[in-house]
Design a protein around this ligand. Sequence first.
Ligand code: 26Q
Length: 822
Amino acid sequence: MASAMTTKISRTVLATSDPETLAAEILRALKYRVGKDMTVAKPHDWLTAAIQVVRDRIIDQWIRSTKEAYDRREKRVYYLSLEFLIGRLMRDAFSNVGVLDDMRVALRSLGVDIDVIAALEPDAALGNGGLGRLAACFMESMATVDVPAHGYGIRYENGMFRQEISDGWQVELPENWLDHGNPWEFERRERSFEVGYGGQVESLTDKDGILDRHVWKPAERILAVAYDTPVVGWRGKRVNTLRLWSSLAIDPILLAAFNAGDHVGALRDSNKAEALSKVLYPADSTSAGQELRLRQEYFFTTASLQDIVQRHLSQFGDLLSLPDQAAIHLNDTHPAVAVAELMRLFMDVHGVDFDKSWDAVKRTFAYTNHTLLPEALESWPVSLFDRLLPRHMQIIYAINAQVLLEARSSGHFNDEQIRRISLIQEGTERRVRMGNLAFSGSHSVNGVSALHTELMKVTVFADLHRLYPGRINNKTNGITPRRWLFQCNAGLTDLARETIGDKFLDNIEELKALDKFADDAAFRDSFAAVKRANKERLANYVAGRIGVKVDPSALFDIQIKRIHEYKRQLLNIIEAVALYDQIRSHPEREWLPRVKFFGGKAAPSYHNAKLIIKLANDVAKVINRDPAVRGLLKVVFVPNYNVSLAEIMMPAADLSEQISTAGMEASGTGNMKFALNGALTIGTLDGANVEMKEHVGDDNIFIFGLTTNEVAERRNNGYDPRAVIEGSPELSQALSAISSGVFSPDDPQRYRELLGGLYEHDWFMVAADFDAYAATQRQVDKVWRNGPDWYAKAIRNVARMGWFSSDRTIRQYAKEIWNVVP
Ligand code: 26Q
């Protein structure tokens, strides 16, 4: 469907990409690269061959982009992230290069359906959720707006686990996305660096006995080997590099041990070394404090910094010009050890003094914070840090001395405040605060939405903000419209092109030309037809995947994101139970058919999150089977939510659930994807919802609930959830249905503790917000009943979401943080 759009582009970038040429090349690739001919080729072989053909074209641009950046001595951006949730790459690459339609035709001429082979490509799930997906959107946008950039991360062999639902419970299965090889990556054995752990620090003195240098002698050494994936921007203009590190033992078989007959022992070290890049930690909010995690953080950080320094020295010869040629970005604190590591490289390896090093380091780094949740702020026991990275521990003490000196000499801080500024948290177990390390070692510290940034200034970083005013700034998140509109919603893209022309393809803010069509009945009908087709696609998927039939004419109400108490899936489920009760008690009322979809993974060790998944499934089972609801309400938990599933669900939503407790969701980016695809949002004044409301207008979004200040106020002034529950008949009724075992007859006590928490403290204000939420849902019903009004609002959402493009976000980073000119 993505029509002529792509064909036209192909002419500009690629000389020979007509379907006949492509078909011939696919056959050549099948024969000479896959080693098969047409008669025996399996769908997977066709996928590999098709990718190879397009990949060759991308490589030409890749080499050109890289060389150009070198020749022009351009400043480069290095984005360090422990997660890159890139998903499938084929459609993205084909579409951006402009050969999607010609490839479709070429493959069809060979008897192959591109959609069938596309579905075989595994999702590169090298991330947990929002932070990882943001890194992926940023990579695509940097290539699109022409910022020379490298992403650096880990090539996890097992990415995010695959979720299955068994008897309503989440079961985690390993996801080996590399099983069939990865045609997008290039192994660069020659680009490998040593990574050390443990050992001692030796102090060297000069001939006069004066301390001259520190030399770290690690006890363990392993190798980091680079794997490069090209990242192609819109219209194939620029191709950047995503470099992921894989761990390797330096001496894969300890020959001495092997020869001495200890065959198993000889392999032990290599297994240990290679374990490092085996798995992604599947937790997105609590730092488990595992040693392997800290090893992973240091592993990819040092490899990346050694690579960056080597590239810089070979081109410019002198290390002190690094800040002028390189902007290194820390995606949360996960790579924050980089601050100490770059200091070490400057001082210990290149002999630069502390002051000069510290100045250069601060001018090089910038840091993004993605959370205010105290349990998610990384800190490591000093004992562990010192054992693994003894030299870095010394350097952190030296940095701390400098920071505390600045704080004390300013005269503005009392002892309590000084303690909070310290990089070391004192207590029974002393810990290194990675947030304070990242903050003090960066010239820029940004939040990811306006609200989140303001909260950073008055909560976690209040004291550091006072010590270094001006360092905190906001960069509201964005999403790439290529994946999140053009690729996932070809129907809406085509409709927009027919209506307002092609300008929005290159500047998504041009979508605002659609605004006036909100009042055009014919356009609304076409818009509704596109939505309908997308809903049918989802309905088919759900029927095939879990055997639940849903009616595409019902309101599709969707909450898809990681499962977390602060995101309040529980609020949504309880409302479903209340609605169920209402429908049964008042069958005579005119109820509107609604399907509530849920999707998301729980961290394997997060007990309550897993229980919430079970509850959603329990509630679904009872409601979906009850003839009394007559299909007016259905609840569906879609298993294994990931990027590819999001691409089906976002375009199919009528209503987007963004209902976190105010003040707790840093930004959210799913909220943006839904609205861009024409869903209306029901949400709290949290994260980027606040700015979405400003852009789409109060009449085109459903806002409810306590504000951030009201939440704080309630928590401080003796909030009594029990009284609130008792004062709400609907809520009491729903809670007693759940706790009496209506949905868990096999184990009536199952939800006792979970619901007990609501009565006792209700930290996330589920009870406090319940009535407002339910009332707003009835408001949603009312608008839904009036079709033209609903679609007019939906169209205005699409038209007004252009600002939330990650192209805008990246331009702001480039200008205001990185000092690079795209
Ligand atoms: C830390 C230490 C040890 C193990 C795991 C972690 C860890 C891993 C992932 C901590 C946090 C994360 C991920 C956080 C995340 O995804 N945050 C989201 O970032 C989005 C992009 O800015 C925001 O839109 C979301 O609001 C925010 O929740």
